[in-house]
Design a protein. Sequence first.
Length: 185
Amino acid sequence: MTAIEVLDLRDDELRLRPPLQRDIPRITAICQDAEVQRWTRVPSPYREEDARAFVRLAAEALESGRGAPLVVVRDDDVVLAATGLRIDRRDLSGQVGYWVAPEARRQGIAVRSTRRLLRWAFEELSLAYVELVAAAENPGSNAVARALGFTLEGVAAEAMLLRFDDGTERRGDVNRYGIRPRELT
Ligand SMILES: CC(C)(COP(=O)(O)OP(=O)(O)OC[C@H]1O[C@@H](n2cnc3c(N)ncnc32)[C@H](O)[C@@H]1OP(=O)(O)O)[C@@H](O)C(=O)NCCC(=O)NCCS
């Protein structure tokens, strides 16, 4: 497998780079957010050791070429968001995922950073297809998928366990999206 060179991608003032040790407290704080806990598959409860593992696994994924988990910062280098790819080199395909810090939402950060990541993956890694799975009930993530040009390719009924603020749980449908290079907006 080919290692992925240390990435430093830019989109105006946004910068995408690998997560580092110094980001651990910030990543730990963001991953406490109820929406991140509900809609993504980060560990729950999320502890500092989970962020430490994320940083270590991100470095390993880049080294092995199996993934590109990146964080998004502005000039102050404080983590605002994460956007990352799992990469299947054999199929030249990938799966993307993202979260944005609560106070940084609705500023276009998920769309802009993920668009930059996908453009890099299509152009530099020659990926031909990227998948995105989002809970059907997650309006933000479905809007991000549509804004990027993803096509809804199927619904997996009751594929996800959803936890709500009042402590209740129930299963929810999952939307499966796909995108090819020519479809990226
Ligand atoms: C979903 C999430 C990543 C969106 O990040 P964001 O930076 O706020 O998204 P953007 O600002 O790029 O918004 C993109 C589009 O989504 C829409 N959108 C964002 N959040 C929304 C919400 N909660 N409800 C409805 N629409 C929403 C925006 O209006 C925008 O639409 P537009 O292009 O038509 O204007 C963020 O809310 C988040 O981190 N949620 C918790 C974790 C999560 O759900 N991750 C995805 C798991 S699949």
